[in-house]
Design a protein around this ligand. Sequence first.
Ligand code: GTP
Ligand code: MG
Length: 429
Amino acid sequence: MFEVREKPQMVERALLVRMSFNRREEEEDISLLNELEELVTTLGIGIADLMLAHSRSMHKKYLCGTGKAAEVVEYARAHECDCIVFDNQLAPSQQREWEELAGICVIDREEVILDIFAQRAQTKEARLQVDLARMQYALPRMARMWGHLDREGGGGSGGGGAARGMGEQQIEVDRRLARKRIDRTKRELEAVRSQRATRRKDREKNETPQAAIVGYTNAGKSTLLNILSGADIMAKDMLFATLDTTTRSIELPDGQTLLLTDTVGFVRNLPHRLVEAFKATLEEAVLADFLIHVLDASDPRAIEFYNTTVKVLSELGAEDKPSITVLNKIDKIEDQSVLASLQDRFPNTILLSARVGTGIEELQQKCSEMLGDRVRRRTYRIPQYRGDLVALLHNECKVISTDYEGNDVLTTAIVPAKIAGRLEEFAAE
Ligand SMILES: Nc1nc2c(ncn2[C@@H]2O[C@H](COP(=O)(O)OP(=O)(O)OP(=O)(O)O)[C@@H](O)[C@H]2O)c(=O)[nH]1
Ligand SMILES: [Mg+2]
């Protein structure tokens, strides 16, 4: 049977390793290693120690040279670890070599993130997406289970001359089963996605403008949507609290309706496979009229996080979307110079605390401005004999107030741009 192993439940003490090939990148390496610590802790695995291992060049077998590899393994043994987690991406063959050398389980950052996603996924779509990504990750690694016979024969040409061992045949069977499951999952996903597409079409028909809240994981996106919409989405101090998009309708102070979507958070070195898998969910961001990019201003890594999010967005084809940058968690900042330097880097941002509620009105105001020409609040003076236009206002627009002056009807309404043109000659201002 093809099962994705649930390693997190099998291991207790991990040694976290980042292999560095350039001493000048030490700061970034340490920051990534610390983030790996957060990710692994999220999985509930105990951590024995962190290790930044330097290697002068990249080697095929272990990533580093044999001597350094032996050093890492020795360190793991001395600390009684039952697992080594690499921050670097390991090719299937490298993972296998490491496991053979160390005699304990060896995983990489991608697998950690996949496991977190698997724990968090709630809706059917999210579950299918994670399943697919995990199976695709596991497929080339299946031979691991048949350690002594892990050489694949024949290069896929179908026959090969010599008789094959039982192990190899078993791998073949497993792989076939795995591919079948992958195909089935893809088909199920297609079905779920077509339902999503229908829902989105309905929304587009309504012509209600839409914004997506994007940003690094734990930036405060869900908290922001909650405070803006009175929703009750789980917001937690953990990585990847949200894996499903949620859309809520909010009313801006000028009366316009805006659909706001909360999205999956990003992380540095987010496995490409996961970006692919979650593309459909993240499409909400691509199709939005504009983005609200939330940054945790209290995190010293805020600018790096910003760059990561922008990079993933450009992979999704959303790099040119108009966006509002929000510096969140300002209640946590004690050193005001931190804030000042962030404001230098991001002029035009909104300072906000989604927890305390500061800056919310300014953000709403900015959202109205972003919609600019799309929909606006107008007052019209319409002669009573043009009952057709009064009806148009009531049917197609959102009427806020109606007054009568002599033979005219004075109506204030929120008017979509396409209708505003037809009413222009009756504008009261
Ligand atoms: N002090 C402070 N904490 C905040 C603020 N906004 C959010 N938080 C906290 O930050 C943590 C993460 O918030 P979430 O809203 O879950 O973050 P998210 O961006 O949705 O995270 P993911 O769903 O994991 O991508 C929670 O513990 C929030 O309470 C804020 O303005 N100030
Ligand atoms: Mg969230």
